[in-house]
Design a protein around this ligand. Structure first.
Ligand SMILES: Cc1ncc(COP(=O)(O)O)c(C=O)c1O
Length: 435
């Protein structure tokens, strides 16, 4: 049994439950590997973020960073929660269109948006384009002129704050591929180009300091920086910046080692920082936007696998292999991300051994968990890896020509397939004969 599991997630049969449904039933009904989301957990995260803004009577948007998990069903849940989304590609925007997501609640990010992507954004009159570089301003300007349309824009700045390993440094300049640098005058030059373009409406300033962050300090520094820039631009250009967007990166618990702080604390600290600095700089209070991705969907997701082969080597940790791996969750192989797992069909049994959870892909690095305590497992047992809802399915691949898994949403004891499992036919759908 895993300490991370709340006791109410285990049913009388000793099985893990997800959204009120027995995980082994989900595995049986939909097959494995399967990604199952507890939809109530997704909604709860949105509501926790929203509540703090509401209580403080601050104008806001919780803009879900859809790169964490972008599917039609997910966008529909965000729409139900009155959320906003950020997209970073034409594909994510297309998914939002297919989901019937309100176009005016979409921000478009990216450091190399193509002409076609920007045209799509303009044609669908999305809420805001977050401009990242001078080439993009030029492209967008041409498109708006051609189509005789207008667009809201935000300017992304490089924060000059490095949020690494619990330490925040104010670096002034930062070597990042994203956004405009302030110190060298690039951000101001971008602003001038936007202000003199009658088809662009400058609505805000954006920054993003990093990911899986466990302290408020970096966000407070970022908020101060945004207010200062807005104040400088107010003095110089008589500009009222309507929105300060502090990005995402709110950390979650993957393993017992992680000690995340509550969404409420992050938001409260950001609001207080902006209010204080706005007061000091004699500015109008802007709206505050945040862009949580991982913290909305990460904890709500479970990857269910069927255990197959096992390899025991004297003196070394055994390998217990599952029917998925780096194709459905690249994070451990890509950047040594840690997870924890439980045996879904024996979730309350005592742990008896420590094993490695290996994937089935032809890479030695395809190890999903390096060290996991479990009851002694058998082929056919269902393994659930916890907190896999962010950057798992969205980074999935067909490596080794394995079909990508199905995704189900589970809520109030009901499950619904929201992404079908790929078939072998799907795998060759784009292939063309050579002879
Ligand atoms: C601009 C921007 N906003 C938001 C996010 C979401 O970050 P997270 O999923 O860590 O909350 C990212 C992640 O890369 C990002 O680049």
């Amino acid at each position: 049994m895993d300490e991370q599991l709340e006791p109410n997630k285990i049913n009388v049969a000793g099985h893990l439950t997800i959204g009120g449904v027995d995980a082994t039933e989900l595995a049986h009904q939909y097959g494995t590997p399967l990604i199952a989301y507890d939809v109530a957990a997704i909604r709860q995260q949105f509501r926790r973020f929203n509540k703090v803004f509401e209580e403080n009577q601050v104008e806001y948007e919780v803009s879900y960073a859809s790169k964490a998990f972008a599917t039609v069903g997910m966008f529909q849940v965000v729409a139900q929660e009155k959320g906003h989304i950020d997209v970073v590609s034409g594909g994510e925007l297309y998914t939002a269109i297919k989901a019937g997501f309100p176009m005016d609640k979409i921000s478009f990010h990216g450091n190399n948006k193509s002409r076609a992507e920007l045209e799509m954004a303009v044609e669908h009159q999305i809420g805001v384009v977050i401009v990242d570089n001078f080439h993009e301003i030029e492209l967008l300007s041409e498109i708006l002129e051609q189509k005789k349309q207008t667009m809201n824009v935000m300017i992304r700045i490089t924060p000059g704050i490095s949020a690494h390993t619990h330490k925040y440094d104010q670096t002034g300049q930062e070597d990042s591929k994203f956004g405009f640098d302030i110190q060298s005058g690039q951000a101001e030059e971008a602003l001038k180009q936007i202000l003199t373009n009658p088809r662009m409406t400058m609505i805000g300033i954006h920054t993003h300091i990093g990911s899986q962050i466990f302290e408020v300090e970096g966000f407070v520094m970022a908020a101060n920086k945004l207010v200062d820039l807005a104040a400088d631009w107010h003095d110089k250009f008589d500009l009222d910046t309507q929105v300060l967007n502090v990005g995402g990166g709110f950390g979650i618990r993957y393993t017992k080692e992680d000690d995340p702080i509550a969404p409420e604390k992050f938001v409260d600290a950001i609001i207080k920082a902006v209010q204080k600095r706005v007061g000091q700089r004699d500015l109008k209070m802007p709206a505050i936007w945040i862009e949580p991705g991982r913290s909305i969907v990460g904890p709500a997701g479970y990857s269910l696998y069927t255990i197959g082969s096992r390899k025991d080597v004297p003196g070394l940790l055994p390998y217990v292999t599952v029917d998925g791996g780096m194709g459905d969750n690249i994070r451990p192989a890509l950047y040594q991300a840690d997870y924890e797992a439980v045996l879904a069909n024996r979730a309350s049994d005592k742990n008896e051994e420590t094993v490695r959870i290996a994937g089935k892909y032809c890479e030695s690095g395809d190890i999903l968990i390096q060290k996991q305590a479990l009851p002694k497992s058998q082929p056919g047992d269902t393994l659930a890896i916890l907190a896999t809802g962010a950057y798992g399915y969205s980074m999935a691949s067909n490596y080794n020509r394995n079909p990508r898994p199905a995704v189900v949403f589970v809520e109030n004891g009901q499950s619904k397939l929201v992404v079908k499992r790929e078939s072998y036919e799907d795998l060759v759908r784009l292939d063309q004969d050579f002879i």
